[in-house]
Design a binder for this molecule. Structure first.
Ligand code: NAD
Length: 421
C-alpha cells in the first residue's frame, strides 16, 4: 500500500472518528488493514476458441460484526487498492445501519462491453469457481456493483449451488425475483435516501416543494427524482454523461425517464415541456435547495464546491465529494448527508433478501418499505444527534456512530487492559 493509496485516503475518516471516541488502540489496529484479500486469475474460453485470463479479487475487510457483505464490480480499471477501499466503506456502511455484517468487496479487471453474453456468463461462473471457498451465506455474501446486474447474480448463485450440491440462495443478493431476489430492491438506494431526507426535512429546512438538482440519471438518480416529484418536489435540473437539462418551473420527470428507457440522453428532451440545455458541469451550481450526486466519485471537488447553492447535499453516489470540497461545503454551512448513510438503503434491502432466503418466507413490498423506513429513520436520527452533540459534520458523525459499534464488537473480545490487569 503506497502513501497515496485510495485506502490511505479513506483511513483518514477512521482517525477523524476515533478522535471523538475513547476507544482501545486494538480497534484501530484491527480496522486499518484488510483481513484478507485474495487475488486470482480467471481463465475462460472465448467464443473464438482462444483462452483468455482476467485478474480478479475478493476482499473480506473485517468480519467482527458478521459475515462480510459487498458487491462485485466488473471494470477495466479495477485494482486491489480500490477493492480494499470499497470493502472498508462497506464495513462502516453495514455498521452505520446496524446490519449484522462486516464489509467486503470483489472485482474483475475487465471491460464487460467487450465480451459476448456467453463469455460474460463463463466469466461470472469462473469467479464463483475461484472464490467458492471464500464466499458463503455465513462467510461472505456478494451482490451487484458497477457493470454487474441481477442476471449475473443469478448465474453466480447457480454456480455456487452446483459446487456445494444444494440450493443456497442466501450466498448472493441482488438476484432476479424469480430466483429468490427481494421485492423493493430496484429502487432501494433512492428510497432509503428519500426516507432519510423526509425524516430530517425540518432540521434541514426543506419543504415538500423543495427544488432539487440530480447529477446522474441512472438507477439511483431516476428513482430519487420520481419519489421526490411524486411528493410535490420540483426537479429543476438533471444530468447524465452527455449533458444536463434545466427548468426553473420543474422538469417533466416522466419525459426524462422515457428518454432514458429509449436509450437517449436527458439532453434529447431539450425544447420539450420547457426543458432548457445546461452543461453537465453547471449542474452543481444550479440554484436549488437540494443537490443529489448520483453519478460517480469525486464529482464535487475543490474547483466547483464553492458554486454550490443548495443547502443540503444527499450523497446517493459513493464518494462523490472530495475531502477538500467537504471542507468548503462545511464552511458554507451546507449539510451533507454522507454516502455511508444516504445510500445504505441498497445494502439494507440486500440484507432483507438474505433474511428472506434463509427463512424461506417472503415479504410483500409494503413490508420491505416499512422495514427500510424504520431503519433509515432510526440511524439517521441517531447520527443527527451525534452531529448536534459533538458539533461535527454529518459525515464525521456517521463514522463516529459506526466506529462505536465496531469498537464495542472488537473490545468484547478483550483489550490490552483486560489481558494485562
Ligand atoms: P447507473 O450506471 O445506473 O447511473 C449512473 C448515471 O451517471 C448514468 O446516468 C450516467 O450517464 C451518469 N453519469 C456518468 N458520468 C456522468 C457525468 N460526468 N456527469 C453526470 N452524470 C454522469 O448507476 P447507479 O446504480 O445509479 O449508481 C450511481 C451511484 O450510486 C454510484 O456511485 C453507485 O456506486 C452508487 N450506489 C448505487 C447503488 C444502487 O443500488 N444502484 C447503491 C449504493 C450506491
Amino acid at each position: 500500500m503506497t502513501e497515496d493509496s485510495l485506502l490511505n485516503h479513506a483511513l483518514v475518516r477512521l482517525d477523524e472518528a476515533a478522535a471523538h471516541l475513547n476507544i482501545d488502540p486494538d480497534v484501530i489496529e484491527k480496522l486499518k488493514f484488510a483481513r484478507e484479500t485474495t487475488k486470482v486469475r480467471l481463465m475462460i474460453r472465448m467464443d473464438d476458441g482462444s483462452r483468455k485470463s482476467f485478474l480478479a479479487w475478493r476482499c473480506r475487510y473485517d468480519d467482527t460484526r458478521g459475515p462480510t457483505k459487498g458487491g462485485i464490480r466488473f471494470h477495466p480499471e479495477a485494482t486491489a487498492d480500490e477493492v480494499e477501499t470499497l470493502a472498508f466503506w462497506m464495513t462502516f456502511k453495514c455498521a452505520v445501519m446496524n446490519l449484522p455484517y462486516g464489509g467486503g468487496k470483489g472485482a474483475v479487471q475487465v471491460d464487460p462491453r467487450k465480451l459476448s453474453k456467453a463469455e460474460l456468463e463463463r466469466l461470472s461462473r469462473a469467479y464463483i469457481q475461484a472464490f467458492a471457498r471464500i464466499i458463503g451465506p455465513d462467510r461472505d455474501i456478494p451482490a451487484p456493483d458497477v457493470y454487474t446486474n441481477s442476471m449475473i447474480m443469478g448465474w453466480m448463485a447457480d454456480e455456487y449451488a452446483q459446487i456445494v450440491g444444494q440450493a443456497e440462495p442466501a450466498v448472493i443478493t441482488g438476484k432476479p425475483i424469480a430466483l429468490g431476489g427481494s421485492m423493493g430492491r430496484g429502487d432501494a438506494t433512492a428510497r432509503g435516501g428519500f426516507y432519510l431526507v423526509r425524516h430530517l426535512a425540518e432540521e434541514c429546512g426543506l419543504t415538500k416543494s423543495a427544488r432539487v438538482a440530480v447529477q446522474g440519471f441512472g438507477n439511483a438518480g431516476q428513482h430519487i427524482a420520481r419519489l421526490l416529484s411524486d411528493e410535490g418536489g420540483k426537479i429543476v435540473a438533471v444530468s447524465d454523461s452527455e449533458g444536463a437539462v434545466y427548468s426553473a418551473g420543474g422538469l417533466d420527470v416522466g419525459l426524462l425517464v422515457a428518454a432514458k428507457d429509449q436509450g437517449r440522453s436527458v439532453v434529447s428532451t431539450v425544447g420539450q415541456a420547457g426543458h432548457e440545455l445546461l452543461s453537465a458541469e453547471a449542474l452543481v451550481g444550479v440554484d436549488c435547495d437540494m443537490l443529489v450526486p448520483a453519478a460517480l466519485e469525486n464529482m464535487i471537488h475543490e474547483d466547483n464546491a464553492g458554486s454550490v447553492k443548495a443547502r443540503l447535499v444527499l450523497e446517493l453516489a459513493n464518494g462523490p465529494v472530495t475531502p477538500e470540497a467537504d471542507r468548503i461545503l462545511s464552511e458554507k454551512g451546507v449539510i451533507v448527508l454522507p454516502d455511508i448513510l444516504a445510500n445504505a438503503g441498497g445494502v439494507t434491502v440486500s440484507y432483507f433478501e438474505w433474511v428472506q432466503n434463509r427463512q424461506g418466507f417472503y415479504w410483500d413490498v409494503a413490508e420491505i418499505h416499512q422495514r427500510l423506513r424504520t431503519i433509515m429513520e432510526r440511524e439517521g436520527r441517531a447520527i443527527w444527534s451525534v452531529s448536534a452533540e459533538k458539533r461535527i459534520p454529518m459525515r464525521t458523525a456517521a463514522y463516529v456512530h459506526a466506529l462505536q459499534r465496531l469498537a464495542e464488537a472488537i473490545e468484547a473480545h478483550g483489550t490490552q487492559s483486560f489481558f494485562t490487569s
